[in-house]
Design a protein around this ligand. Structure first.
Ligand code: SF4
Length: 234
């Protein structure tokens, strides 16, 4: 059993007290099983253009895709262009985003990002990592999603809370920082798989490897996961 290390500090991870052994040598076998298990892994945010995807992805932080889809159904009717968000009354936009959580920050970021898109990019969502991550509220996770889904540009791997948690539990990274986790995963994955890794791990995180009670006995990769023994002995 992996050695017990520190006191539990990261509730998202829920296993950070253990020193999970390096398991990168098993990545190919783990990935093959997960890919077969979730062939249907697809993004569940609704959008019909790059701007809608950008807005929906920014809103999805600390919320669920189901909740964001409810909000964006009306939002995308009301705000159709970057100019619409840029010129919106901030209080009104906050009100429109209220149920997404952290609505004040999200409203401010979306309005400010839209102003930059209008002024600097002629109203079009930019297509490079550098330009996207220069927008307020847009980190590498959001930029990776927009680049791959809206423009078919595969630059990296979007690391959200599920990807972070599962990568650590599987012993594929020892890092907590999403950018470092992305680098670790990029060093393991084949180029043709980059587009599907994030969504596949997200599916696994939602259905099986949940934050507090992972279903290790029924997990397809439990024979290859160094954390399974920890959870199954609790
Ligand atoms: S065995 Fe358990 S901890 Fe490991 S990936 Fe599966 S559900 Fe997660």
């Amino acid at each position: 059993m992996p050695e017990r290390k520190l006191k539990k500090t990261d509730t998202q991870d829920f296993i950070s007290e253990y020193n999970i052994p390096d398991n990168r040598h098993n990545f190919d076998r783990i990935w093959a099983l997960l890919k077969e298990e979730y062939p249907e892994a697809k993004p569940s945010l609704n959008y019909s253009n790059p701007l809608e995807l950008l807005v929906a992805t920014v809103l999805s932080a600390q919320s669920t895709d189901v909740q964001i889809n409810k909000v964006t159904e009306k939002l995308f009717e009301k705000y159709r262009t970057a100019e619409d968000y840029a010129s919106a009354d901030l209080r009104e936009l906050e009100n429109d985003l209220y149920s997404t959580g952290f609505y004040k920050t999200k409203a401010r970021n979306i309005k400010n990002a839209a102003q930059i898109i209008v002024e600097k990019y002629n109203g079009e969502v930019p297509k490079t990592m550098e330009e996207l991550t220069s927008l307020p509220g847009v980190g590498r996770k959001t930029a990776n999603i927009v680049l791959s889904r809206a423009f078919g540009i595969i630059e990296g791997i979007a690391v959200d809370t599920h990807v972070k948690r599962i990568s650590r539990r599987l012993g594929l990274t020892k890092n907590y920082d999403p950018e470092k986790i992305e680098k670790d995963l990029l060093s393991l994955a084949r180029k043709e798989d980059l587009d599907s890794i994030s969504m596949t791990l997200i599916y696994h995180g939602r259905k099986v490897c949940q934050a507090r009670k992972p279903k290790c006995p029924s997990c397809i990769v439990n024979q290859l996961c160094p954390s399974s023994i920890i959870f199954m002995s609790q």
